[in-house]
Write a protein that binds this ligand. Sequence first.
Ligand SMILES: [Zn+2]
Length: 182
Amino acid sequence: MPKPMKITGRSSSITNAFINSIIPVVPPTEDEIEEALAILGMTADTIACAYCGDTASEWDHLRPLVKAQRPTGFISEIRNLVPSCGKCNQSKGNKDWESWMRSAARLSPSSRRTLGMEARIEKLKQYEAWGTAAQVDLKSVVGNDLWDRHWQNWQRVLEEMRQSQALADEINKIIRHAYRNP
Ligand SMILES: [Zn+2]
């Protein structure tokens, strides 16, 4: 059966949008992609998931962009992106990559008993060392004023959604009543 829809049911996508809309995406050059793959022991022809070795279908943020509903200060750029398969990307989420790889989390490389995991972890550590300068203290770069205004906007939008949902509930009740009592 279809589930009743709620405006407030969209809260987490709104929160994601407020976080991700301020995180820059820096497109890599061809040379940077080549260098990134070389560190992982790959070429464009042998590209594979950096976590489990399966066919890569996407690029995953090695260090999460978001933790506890706040941006971490890592941005979307090649030094923080590794080729990944869909299973690993989904399973890892916002977790720390190494403890996730070793964990029993569903679809983690360890729980799927993938071969060569230690060698992959070593390569990923080298990759991490390549990008150590990437974390930005976002609040101090942006300044308190703009930073606070952004998160106030977020709170305001969520509050508007709560109020809109309350009105929607009232309307929903009226319609339901009319349907039962034609
Ligand atoms: Zn994988």
